[in-house]
Design a protein around this ligand. Structure first.
Ligand code: NAD
Length: 355
């Protein structure tokens, strides 16, 4: 058996905690990749993994992604991620959320959690009853301040798509630009609304076909089956659902000169960034374009921690900066003749003291 700390996914994590609470049935992993810039910060994913090794792999990959994302966004936070191994619909209980809050408290601030797949604002509030090392709280959502990270992520991705269209297609307007959006949930749905408002032509898909169809009808777009979206001939393919969709097969199927979307870990392996670049596809590194949500919840967390008033204008300005950051990555990639994903990785590694 291969020890997981010798696998590439481990990538010199500083700390990996296994948590089990007999009374509530909680089983969780908390992975902290780097605390070079601050406490490990990243959401908690509640997922029914078919096997624990997959949960470990997910925690490690997502945690490293958070190190890179927080560093590139200029946040004073390191990278961390938690996964709870259970079925959210069947197993989630108040006792389990309380036990998870206690486990985070026991880390004494080494890890700050937030919402991810399978978790809600209400769960964040339940965790906050046991620890202060949590953000994305419903109370902070009043007046549009903090709370749900999704709208901030959508807005950042939208700005990234605009910049990709400018750099990749030479167009300053989205009018008539055809964008295929995979996943019409919080991020993809919000993105589609922004795009429609600027006249983009939309093709939408979701495994929940009714969801995609309803949004397409509302926005004047077209809905296609989930397994057809990657074959759509379009200007921009925007992955806003699953990770690892840009693998050998996925790239082969792509019919778009630009890939810019909100999903985490879009490249199955680092080499797939090179393959995209080799084919002349402009790729927006996922952890750069989708940082809007973590920017917003981190600003919320820091304001609460420091007892200051959250300045939503500053949060918006920090999300706006995603656009210029992508432009610089693409410019460097062009000058160096390397893939944007490699350029972003190298920048992030330097920022966390590992370059
Ligand atoms: P969500 O659960 O609100 O929406 C995801 C949608 O994708 C759902 O409607 C789901 O039915 C659909 N979906 C799942 N598998 C699919 C498939 N194979 N094809 C088409 N659709 C599929 O989640 P979200 O918050 O919108 O997050 C979407 C992605 O963005 C995830 O990868 C997440 O990790 C990433 N992300 C989210 C945020 C945020 O602020 N919410 C921040 C950064 C990154």
């Amino acid at each position: 058996m291969t020890a997981f700390w010798t696998t590439p996914d481990f990538d010199e994590h500083e700390r990996v905690e296994l948590v089990h609470d007999c009374a509530s049935g909680l089983t969780a992993i908390v992975a902290i990749h780097s605390s070079h810039l601050g406490p490990g910060a990243g959401g908690t994913r509640f997922w029914h993994y078919p096997d624990p090794a997959m949960a470990m792999r997910d925690a490690l990959r997502l945690s490293r992604g958070m190190s890179y994302k927080n560093a590139m966004a200029g946040l004073p936070m390191g990278g961390g991620k938690a996964v709870i191994l259970a079925n959210a619909a069947r197993d989630k209980t108040p006792a389990m959320m309380a036990a998870f809050g206690d486990a985070i408290e026991a880390l004494r601030g080494a890890y700050v959690t937030a919402e991810d797949v399978g978790m809600s604002e209400a769960d964040m509030a339940a965790i906050a009853a046991r620890t202060s090392y949590v953000t994305g709280l419903p109370a902070a959502g009043a007046g549009g301040k903090g709370g749900d990270p999704g709208p901030h992520t959508s807005r950042g991705v939208f700005l990234g798509v605009k910049e990709a269209v400018r750099v990749g297609l030479g167009k300053d307007s989205l009018a008539g630009v055809h964008v295929a959006v995979q996943g019409t949930g919080s991020v993809g749905g919000g993105l589609a609304r922004h795009l429609a408002a600027e006249g983009a032509r939309l093709t939408l898909a979701d495994v929940d076909e009714a969801r995609a169809a309803k949004l397409a009808a509302e926005l004047g777009g077209v809905a296609v089956p989930a397994d057809a979206i990657m074959d759509t001939e379009c200007d921009v393919f925007s992955p806003c659902a699953l990770g690892a969709i840009l693998d050998d097969e996925g790239i082969e199927r792509l019919r778009a000169p630009v890939v810019a979307g909100g999903a985490n870990n879009q490249l199955a392996r680092a080499e797939h960034g090179d393959i995209l670049a080799g084919r002349g596809v402009l790729y927006a590194p996922d952890y750069v374009i989708n940082a809007g949500g973590i920017i917003a919840v981190t600003h919320e967390y820091l304001a609460r921690r420091d007892g200051t008033v959250l300045d939503i204008g500053k949060t918006h300005a920090a999300v706006d900066a995603i656009r210029g950051r992508l432009a610089r990555i693409w410019e460097t990639a062009r000058a160096e003749g390397s893939a944007p994903s490699r350029v972003a990785d190298a920048m992030a590694q330097r920022l966390i003291g590992r370059g």
